[in-house]
Design a protein around this ligand. Structure first.
Ligand SMILES: C[S@@+](CC[C@H](N)C(=O)[O-])C[C@H]1O[C@@H](n2cnc3c(N)ncnc32)[C@H](O)[C@@H]1O
Length: 386
């Protein structure tokens, strides 16, 4: 299939945080003074570099996502400067989605972000239970989240909130209280992540040294089912393993990842993916220098901090297409797969037949998706594709 150079998605990483959460393994830095003007300047310079680079030059932008770290530490003026620069370099589609990840304690900035052009706020609520918030090492209180949500509602008709569940010590009643409280704010979108213990985090250390015990798997599954049921009855449908939305409010930006679209990531440690249609090369991915100071140095010298470039052959690109697409409830189109890779999906992955037989996967109307039982063991199934 010829790769179309239609609208693409832009991810901008702001790595700074006020504190490091004990569960987090994202590329973050806790700096006493944040070099906000210098870092914003580097992002703006790098945007200029990609506006002149094959694959991205002249293309329209369909989504822009400020992720972190904590983007809401940056002033609305800095965010406006970056958005304005992006708009001059890449034409925005009329309904472009511009999201910013925000922490509740930074609510004083929210209205300014709306004025800067952000049209979707994603709020890191995590939980409304004070003792669970403390366990997660968060600096905000449940009241901060409530006020932040009211502030969000005043400026944004499109917003999302993040919850984490299966936190050690969390009961089903705690989760139900979190869902009820979140729903009081009628969010158009909600992400509910089960607590993942990532290597080299404080939580991984606590688990290894017996200072922490995880919820039994059956409890986690019961929680996931409660989330799906409760949110569905409030009009928020599950459309990806951890994501729920009202009709038409699915995230354009994250959907680009799951649907195998092109995305450009700039900022320390950001990842990019560009589909290609060259002989034996089906896609290219790379990431940026992770250290923010070195990131800025590299951009100052070379215009970009891209490194670790990898060309994907058919097997790798097809695997990525499958496991990203299977994260969504719609699943993957088998027709798109064969047009892109020139072979039938069942031929490339013969195990699929057995998974369908076993009820882990469903094949219907030219699409393949995980069934209810498949979703519970999704990570094991994904291993077959990587
Ligand atoms: C990159 S974080 C940054 C957002 C924002 N700074 C905050 O902390 O709320 C994005 C989201 O990932 C989720 N997250 C990060 N690490 C996680 C983990 N180990 N397990 C589950 N969810 C996690 C949290 O819900 C968080 O809101």
């Amino acid at each position: 299939m010829a790769v179309d150079l239609g609208p693409f998605s832009l991810y901008i990483h702001i790595p700074y945080c006020a504190v490091k959460c004990p569960y987090c393994d994202f590329n973050v830095r806790v700096a006493r003074t944040i070099p906000e003007p210098e870092y914003s300047g580097a992002l703006i310079k790098e945007l200029g570099y990609y506006a002149e680079t094959d694959g991205w030059r002249g293309r329209e932008l369909k989504s822009l996502f400020f992720g972190g770290g904590t983007p809401s530490l940056f002033s609305p003026e800095s965010i406006a400067g970056i958005i304005n620069r992006a708009a001059r370099l890449f034409p925005f589609v009329p309904d472009i989605e511009i999201t910013l990840e925000a922490n509740p304690e930074n609510r004083a900035h929210f209205k300014g972000y709306r004025d800067a052009g952000v049209n979707r706020l994603s709020l890191g609520a995590q939980t409304f239970q004070p003792e669970l918030l403390r366990y997660l090492g968060r600096v905000h209180s449940p009241d901060d989240t409530r006020i932040a949500l009211q502030t969000t509602q005043k400026s944004f008709d499109n917003f999302s909130l993040d919850l984490i569940y299966a936190i050690p010590g969390e009961s089903l009643a705690d989760l139900q209280a979190d869902l009820a409280e979140a729903l009081e704010f009628s969010p158009p979108h909600l992400s509910a992540y089960s607590l993942t213990i990532e290597e080299k985090t404080e939580f991984a250390y606590r688990l290894r040294t017996g200072k922490m015990t995880l919820a039994p798997e059956a409890e986690e599954i019961a929680m996931a089912e409660t989330i799906e049921r409760t949110l569905a009855s409030a009009g928020l449908d599950r459309y990806e393993i951890s994501n729920y939305a009202r009709p038409g409010r699915q995230s354009t930006h994250n959907s680009a990842y799951w649907e195998g679209g092109d995305y450009l990531g700039i900022g320390a440690g950001a990842h990019s993916y560009l589909r290609l249609d060259e002989e034996q090369v089906f896609g290219r991915r790379w990431r940026e220098e992770k250290n923010p100071l070195r990131y800025m140095d590299r951009v100052a010298g070379k215009g970009t901090a891209a490194m670790e470039l990898e060309n994907l052959d058919a097997a790798k690109a097809a695997g990525e297409f499958m496991f990203m697409g299977l994260r969504t409830m719609r699943g993957v189109s088998t027709g798109d797969f064969s047009r892109r890779f020139g072979r039938e999906v069942s031929e490339v992955y013969p195990k699929i037949g057995a998974w369908v037989e076993a009820g882990l996967m469903e094949a219907e109307n030219g699409r393949l998706r995980l069934g209810r039982r498949g979703l519970m063991v999704a990570d094991e199934i994904f291993l077959a594709f990587v």
